[in-house]
Design a protein around this ligand. Structure first.
Ligand code: NAP
Length: 287
């Protein structure tokens, strides 16, 4: 079997086309969705991520701004900025680019973003809503995975799904989203003995760990849908996922590549959340 490639770039373009239409309707009501990002310090990867996000905003007509602070800025400065952004009617989405310098408490800072503007979906209000079976603003990467599965018309209800990785921003929310759609979900972590025992039963296998080659073709059920969330840079500079693409793509029915897979969807979902937040603010102000 040669797996069908689930290309994030193609699926993201489909998402952007739908977003442009939603933005056109918002602008007819006099509203342009606005996204503000806070960047603390000089992390070059963060700068590149923010540049890509700003470019995507520009392409589809979302206003975007980046507020930059020196690496030694105080937590109070970040809190004051968040208060201003929370109250700014032109800004519908706020993100704090991670990682933050060590002296800043990421958890406390993320909780200071108004849940209605928390377009990364990291605020506990938004994460907690998912536990209760509601989605307000969901974390972008797992939301991107679900969008890819839906785009490829992968049946979810009644399927057995395995998620490797249990982080609060990828693995756990993805598991909750799959549960909400009626999959039977197993979550594996570094504490799981014999990963293969679980992966080989998965009809949908999502890997979000950060270890190149963690999963290979011998661990995959023939015909499974394989979603590789991992992003790893090898010593030579090559970017790879957590799944050994060559062996896995001979066994899976569908597979996401790295690069060009889930990563493209994460930015698209950030913009989708921003547009959703803007639509909700319009609906709330017309009540
Ligand atoms: P994280 O917070 O470091 O979590 C990694 C998870 O993997 C943990 O739950 C850990 O288990 C588990 N794990 C570690 N070693 C394992 C092993 N040998 N077997 C099974 N599980 C193992 O990372 P994250 O933020 O969730 O990100 C995961 C990966 O996705 C990274 O490569 C990251 O770069 C990538 N990522 C990609 C995107 C995208 O847009 N494509 C977005 C976000 C993240 P324990 O909990 O037991 O430690």
């Amino acid at each position: 079997m040669t797996a069908i490639l689930l290309e994030g770039a193609v699926i993201a373009q489909h998402v952007y086309a739908q977003l442009k239409e939603r933005i056109r309707r918002l602008r007819a009501d006099g509203v342009q969705p606005g996204l503000a990002a806070i960047l603390v310090g000089e992390n070059s990867a963060s700068r590149i991520y923010l540049k890509n996000k700003a470019q995507a905003c520009n392409d589809i007509g979302v206003h975007s701004e980046v507020l930059r602070f020196p690496a030694d800025c105080s937590e109070d400065t970040v809190f004051t900025t968040l208060e201003e952004l929370n109250a700014n009617p032109r800004i519908h989405g706020i993100l704090v680019q991670l990682p933050l310098p060590k002296h800043l408490n990421s958890d406390r800072i993320l909780q200071a973003i108004a849940p209605a503007k928390d377009v990364d979906g990291f605020n506990w209000v938004n994460l907690g809503a998912m536990v209760a079976g509601h989605t307000l603003l969901a974390p972008c990467t797992p939301l991107g995975v679900m969008t890819m599965l839906d785009y490829a018309k992968v049946p979810i209800e009644g399927r057995s799904a395995v998620v490797i990785g249990r982080s609060a921003i990828v693995g756990k929310p993805l598991a909750l989203m799959l549960i909400a759609r009626g999959a039977t979900v197993t979550v594996c972590s570094s504490k799981t003995p014999d990963l293969k025992q679980y992966t080989s039963m998965a009809e949908i296998l999502a890997v979000a760990v950060g270890r190149p080659g963690l999963v290979d073709g011998t661990m995959i059920k023939p015909g499974a849908v394989v979603i590789d969330v991992g992003i790893n840079r090898l010593p030579g500079g090559k970017l790879v996922g957590d799944v050994d693409f060559e062996s896995a793509s001979r066994v899976a029915s569908c597979i996401t590549p790295v690069p060009g897979g889930v990563g493209r969807m994460t930015v698209a979902m950030l913009l989708e959340n921003t547009v959703t937040a803007a639509e909700r603010s319009v609906a709330a102000s017309s009540k």
